[in-house]
Ligand binder design. Structure first.
Ligand code: CTP
Length: 413
């Protein structure tokens, strides 16, 4: 592919030569375009050497039409790092230098941006509004990641690593213009192929509710969004999906390749999952299953007993994932989730082995923007073969596609 790498003025620009090197190694032809500020962080000779082509930086070079020739040449424009400034300019349609003019000229072609900025700037409503506009136009947003920032604080705002950007580009959906009508949560990072045609996959999603009495239950904050996104990604890749979901407000009834089983408690989820698993090629268990339920469930409403406290006796629920691990036949793939707060990798690896899984998808509650209720997530996918893949912060739709590409579409294990 012919890729234009656009560079703006952030400290992460020093990683761009590595990004260009990885893209060239992956077989792409690369040309660079930079803002004047970018050249405070990375030099023209470096960019020209790694790309093997002259740098485009001056709007009036070559008679002022270079942005059009570069637009005609390029098949994809990747802006890395993308500052708050360039994001704002594109959202507002401003073209006042070489790169912003090229970005506007690129309107009919795919664009990917890897934002990088201070975490407070990232959190500003203007930046978030601009990103929603860009996503709505189909511009792919990769990252940013969480970690140490140049200003000395830790937070969300680090540019996604060059390897993660290269991977996101490999999963990018081409052939659409930027301005096709789309929901803003929709994205163009998609499934690589449709090898799953004719396969049946089980997905568990959402929380479980464990009844205490006629009006009360034990539950958790899971929204079901990750599991529903996984079901959609599998269906998009051609699979028939058995989606076993705990109580959520999400609706998926329009997709004919997803068969929804609504359940309430862990024991109902266990019954549905163990029933459909034998007919499936794989299962991804993303539900937040209650580990315990009340030992007794009253059919009436329990009344207060004087001024004393109340003791609720809990008993353990069956572990659906571990049970499927014992049922697993050769050729079936089993994928679990691990939501961890400490010793994340060690705990996740322990679960992978103990429950006889092929992959485990680890979320850390320490990552801002990951976990319950939010539309974004950031995961590490660990394989039984020792493989490890870290995602940048992306929408749950994008994360779901990455998971499906990794756990269902790779041959090696
Ligand atoms: N899970 C399940 N059935 C349960 C509990 C969990 O299928 N009764 C699945 C979840 O869907 C998830 C994975 O197991 O895929 C991890 O759940 P988690 O609660 O993190 O693991 P536990 O084994 O319960 O470990 P711990 O409580 O020690 O963290």
């Amino acid at each position: 592919m012919r890729i234009v790498v656009g560079i703006t003025g952030g400290i992460a620009a020093y990683k761009v030569p590595e990004l260009v090197r990885l893209l060239v190694k992956a077989g792409h032809e690369v040309r660079c375009a930079a803002t004047e500020h970018a050249l405070q962080f990375v030099t023209r000779p470096t960019l020209e050497t790694v790309s093997g082509a002259p740098l485009y930086c001056d709007l009036f070079a070559s008679g002022g039409t270079e942005h059009i020739s570069l637009k005609d040449w390029g098949e994809l424009l990747v802006v890395a790092p993308a500052t708050a400034n360039i994001i704002g300019k594109v959202a507002a349609g401003v073209a006042d230098d070489a790169l912003s003019t090229l970005l506007l000229a690129f309107s009919a072609k795919p664009v990917v941006m890897a934002p990088a900025m201070n975490s407070d700037m990232w959190a500003h409503p203007a930046v978030q509004r601009n990103l929603t506009t860009l996503r709505g136009w189909g511009i792919g947003i990769v990252g940013p990641a969480e970690g140490e920032l140049a200003c000395g604080v830790s937070g969300t705002g680090r540019m996604a690593e060059p390897g993660a950007i290269t991977e996101a580009i490999a999963n990018f959906e081409f052939g659409k213009t930027n301005f096709e009508e789309k929901e803003s949560t929709n994205s163009r990072f998609r499934i690589q192929n449709s090898k799953l045609a004719g396969q049946r996959w089980l997905v568990t999603a959402g929380p479980t509710y464990e009844k205490i009495d006629a009006v009360r239950f034990i539950g958790n904050y899971s929204s079901g969004k990750m599991g529903f996104a996984l079901a959609e990604a599998l269906a998009e890749a051609g699979a028939e999906v058995e989606l076993v979901s705990g109580p959520t407000h999400l609706d998926i009834s329009t997709c004919q390749h997803i068969n929804v089983h609504r359940v309430e408690s862990a024991r109902e989820m266990y019954a549905a999952a163990t029933e459909v698993f034998p007919a499936c090629q794989g299962a991804i268990l993303s539900a937040a299953v209650a580990d315990y339920r009340s030992a007794e469930q009253a059919d009436h409403k329990l009344k207060k007993q004087g001024d004393e406290g109340m003791t609720l006796r809990l008993v353990q629920n069956p572990d659906i994932l571990a049970t499927l691990g014992t049922m697993k036949r050769d050729g079936q793939r089993l994928v679990g989730f691990a939501l961890e707060t400490d010793n994340e990798l060690q705990n996740a690896e322990g679960k992978l082995r103990r429950k006889n899984l092929d992959f485990i998808v680890m979320n850390s509650l320490r990552d801002a923007g990951a976990g319950f209720g939010v539309d974004t997530n950031k995961v590490t996918i660990l394989g039984a073969d020792g493989s490890r893949k870290e995602s940048p912060l992306m929408t749950k739709t994008e994360i779901a596609r990455l998971i499906v590409n990794t756990v269902a579409l790779t041959d090696t294990l």
